[in-house]
Design a protein around this ligand. Structure first.
Ligand code: AKB
Length: 317
């Protein structure tokens, strides 16, 4: 059967880069981008089908699934950690109602495979924060993290009860250049490149010792497609897989950016996001993903800095 893929959250950080990769693989007309409020630019609209729907509106989603005979879904809609702390009710409604709608529709329309993103935000201060195991304590202290743990369990429930082939990754901080930073705690690792190019300086909102698991977008997109392409019997985790590429402190990041941008200066002024960052692991054990479906990252920090600076220079000029 031909793949007819619906991607919600299409204008978000991951959606805006996953969709072109899926379109390249499966054909433009087979990947339906669903956005909520952000109007895509003309090039994005011209590249393939685009529909508007709020993930909280089940009937709107149903209409799209029926219109295109959807059989694979990537449900990427989500309010991230920092915005989720400012608007916890919104985070609960968008993240949970949206996911529940998609899970129910996936069972009703016999969707072949569903992807939903979890995050390192599923962990919390009581989790072992070094080399965090796949199976561990999940007591997050942010609303975003609460929705990630509840979402993981809901996905697993739908797999056990209805046989739904749902797959998920606990993404680390993702570094990318296409969408501007905003909404997430790990976004200092994106904003630093913008400001280094624009002002040769950056005031970082976490302290210099803050160390979090990170990944370049190309690796994140590849991981997402690879887990979805894996044979179902290889997927032994139906909550969400730990996933990482590398970990570095904010000062190591600043030093690395300084290797490529002359006279770059980084200062550190932690704000309310520090508390969130402190509650997340600094390193992650993702050996299960590596063993089950062959996960391997490709980008180290030097490669990330080179790519970010090259692409942002073109974007900003
Ligand atoms: C955030 O910082 O909220 C996200 C995430 C780690 O899920 N980037």
């Amino acid at each position: 059967m031909d793949e007819k893929i619906m991607v919600t959250g299409s204008m978000g950080q991951i959606g805006s880069e996953l969709i072109p990769a899926l379109r390249e693989k499966f054909g433009n007309e087979n990947v339906i981008a669903v956005g909520h409020h952000t109007e895509p630019d003309q090039a994005f609209k011209d590249a393939g089908p685009f529909e508007i729907a709020d993930a909280q509106d089940k009937e709107a989603l149903r209409g799209i699934i029926e219109k295109y005979n959807i059989n694979i879904i990537y449900h990427l809609v989500g309010i991230l950690s920092a915005v989720g702390e400012a608007k916890p009710d919104l985070a609960w409604n968008v993240n949970m109602v949206g996911l529940k709608n998609i899970l129910e529709l996936s069972v009703e329309y016999k969707i072949g495979r569903l992807f939903w993103p979890s995050s390192i935000a599923a962990f919390g201060p009581t989790t072992p924060l070094e080399n965090t195991p796949q199976k561990t304590i999940l007591e997050p202290t942010t609303m975003y993290g609460v929705t990630k743990v509840a979402g993981e369990l809901l996905c697993q429930y739908y797999h056990i009860k209805y046989g739904l082939d749902v797959r998920s990754l606990r993404y680390p901080g993702i570094i990318s250049w296409k969408t501007p930073p905003g909404g997430g705690t790990t976004d200092y690792a994106v904003a630093i490149y913008y400001e280094a190019l624009e002002k040769q300086s950056y005031e970082c909102f976490v302290n210099e010792n803050t160390t979090l698991p990170m990944m370049y977008m190309d690796d994140a997109v590849r991981a997402t497609i690879e887990i979805m392409e894996a044979d179902p019997e290889k997927i032994t985790v139906r909550t969400a897989y730990n996933l990482t590429a590398l970990s570095f402190s904010a000062s190591e990041l600043a030093d690395n950016v300084g290797k490529y941008i002359n006279d770059f200066k980084c200062t550190f002024k932690p704000d309310e996001r520090q508390k969130i960052a402190d509650s997340w692991p600094s390193t992650i054990d993702d050996s299960r993903a590596r063993k089950d479906w062959g996960w391997q990252h490709k980008f180290d920090l030097d490669k990330i800095s080179v790519e970010m600076i090259k692409n942002l220079k073109n974007k900003i000029k």
